[in-house]
Design a protein around this ligand. Structure first.
Ligand code: MN
Length: 252
């Protein structure tokens, strides 16, 4: 049972994370997702649906569209398909406690002409992503004879989707709810309409603040956000006047 490790690490009466079940038909074939997980250390969980489960890698620095970067990706336990749109808060005391954002989602095409499980076994998995944020060809390459044996590299291939200098912090919002990590942590409601979210990747970020790890996005309200949603609007404006978010460890 590939999901035994996943289940054994969690007490489903104490965490909103899904128990393995039947998510058949809930997601398109060859689904992929990336969760931004503000646990002990901020990281991104990169997941590809292969053979009915989400094969998973924890990527401390996150994926990138910059082909010059090779980011460490620790191969971790398979997750159930049900995890594919999970977003919420894992309470303290539970495995992985912290807020989880559905950072990207979409489908992938397997490349390389060999079955996915064989590509994983050989330590070189090639695929093309069709996400909202991540697009184009990538590879996951196993670094054999290193560390605990679970260390891979996530690499963007040079293609028309490559974007040198791509800044992941400019994309720190949920593709599910439009929320920032802080808004998820505070259990605030979804803050944008679906239509507004679709344009969110076109947000222009102020180059004068390149080094702020914005938990906000508060400086870039989506133009199509309705003004009348009073609760979230007031929260937003109060947040907008605050000093930059406190620095958090994001080295891992
Ligand atoms: Mn995680």
């Amino acid at each position: 049972m590939p999901l035994e490790e996943y289940a054994s690490k969690r007490k489903f009466e104490n965490t909103p994370e899904p128990a393995p079940g039947s998510a058949e038909g809930k997601f398109p074939p060859h689904y992929f997702c990336v969760q931004r997980h503000d646990a002990t250390r901020l990281h991104y969980d990169f997941r590809l649906e292969i053979d009915g489960v989400l094969k998973s890698w924890a990527v401390p620095k996150g994926p990138s569209l910059d082909p010059a970067l090779k980011h460490l990706a620790a191969h971790v336990e398979d997750h159930p398909l049900e995890y594919g749109d999970f977003e919420g808060n894992i309470p303290k005391g539970n495995y992985g406690a912290g807020s989880v954002m559905l950072w990207d989602a979409g489908t992938f095409e397997l490349l390389g002409g060999v079955a996915a499980d064989a590509q994983i076994a050989r330590g070189d998995l090639k695929f093309r992503l069709h996400g909202e944020k991540l697009k184009g060809e990538f590879a996951l390459v196993h670094m054999k004879n290193r560390g605990k044996g679970n260390e891979w590299l996530l690499i963007k291939k040079r293609d028309e989707s490559a974007a040198p200098g791509w800044d992941i912090e400019a994309h720190a919002y949920s593709v599910l709810s439009g929320r920032t990590q802080e808004e998820i942590a505070r259990n605030l409601p979804a803050r944008e309409s679906k239509r507004a979210r679709a344009g969110a990747s076109d947000r222009v970020w102020e180059s004068s603040r390149p080094n702020t790890r914005s938990t906000g996005g508060s400086t870039a309200p989506a133009p199509a956000t309705p003004k009348k949603k009073s609760m979230s609007t007031s929260n937003r404006s109060s947040r907008g006047s605050k000093a930059p978010a406190k620095p958090k460890s994001r080295t891992a």
